[in-house]
Design a protein around this ligand. Structure first.
Ligand code: IMP
Ligand code: MG
Length: 183
């Protein structure tokens, strides 16, 4: 058990198995094409690192760094690009990887940017999909796990930059969600 977590939703073993399956699914869908992967960081760092090693196609990999500024003081703000990926993906087969589909704002914004570059195809793979939280409708092509509407951390997901290193995905204890020293 992890002292930060009130509940474990996805174990390390489940993550390992599902990541391998997703890698196979993705490899089959793209046949022998080169896949241009754009990982939305920081959240998708750990998932991306594991997933790309389960994909047998040639892969080109870059990241887009997006801040969702999801703070108690400003929960409604829009996602913002802090650092963009570095090539024109026109005519390429692009796969976006992200940690979680929540309101849908982040993935919709990134999808829009890439779509404007006219890729040959554009798909997305989300580690997690939260139930019933979409503000912007979005349909992902590959999904690791569907979870209830709870605030989760671990395996790349953070609260204020912390807990990304936990090997499981779990619900952060409520008393840690707004500790006095961070106010
Ligand atoms: P969006 O609301 O779909 O745009 O998701 C934006 C980002 O919010 C995700 O990429 C995550 O980084 C973060 N996020 C959403 N839900 C959670 C959560 O339960 N735990 C940690 N981060 C989350
Ligand atoms: Mg994120």
């Amino acid at each position: 058990m992890y002292k930060e977590l009130g509940q474990i939703l996805v174990t390390a073993q489940q993550i390992r198995r599902r990541t391998k399956e997703l890698g196979k699914e993705i490899s089959q869908v793209y046949q022998n094409e080169e896949i241009f992967i754009i990982s939305i960081i920081n959240g998708a760092i750990i998932f991306t690192a594991d997933l790309v090693r389960s994909i047998s196609n040639p892969v080109w990999l870059d990241c887009i760094r997006v801040s969702s500024y999801r703070h108690a003081t400003n929960p409604e703000s829009e996602p913002r690009i802090l650092d963009n990926f570095q090539i024109d993906v026109a005519g390429r087969h692009v796969l976006i990887i992200d940690d979680i589909l929540d309101t849908g704002k982040t993935i919709s914004m990134v999808t829009g940017i890439i779509q404007d570059m006219r890729p040959a195809s554009l798909r997305s793979c989300m580690l997690l999909k939260k139930k019933g939280t979409r503000v912007v409708p979005y349909k992902a092509d590959f999904i690791g796990f569907t979870i209830p509407n709870k605030f989760v951390v671990g395996y790349g997901l953070d609260f204020a930059g912390r807990y990304r290193n936990l090997p499981v995905i779990g619900v952060l204890k409520p008393e840690l969600q707004n500790p006095p020293e961070w106010r």
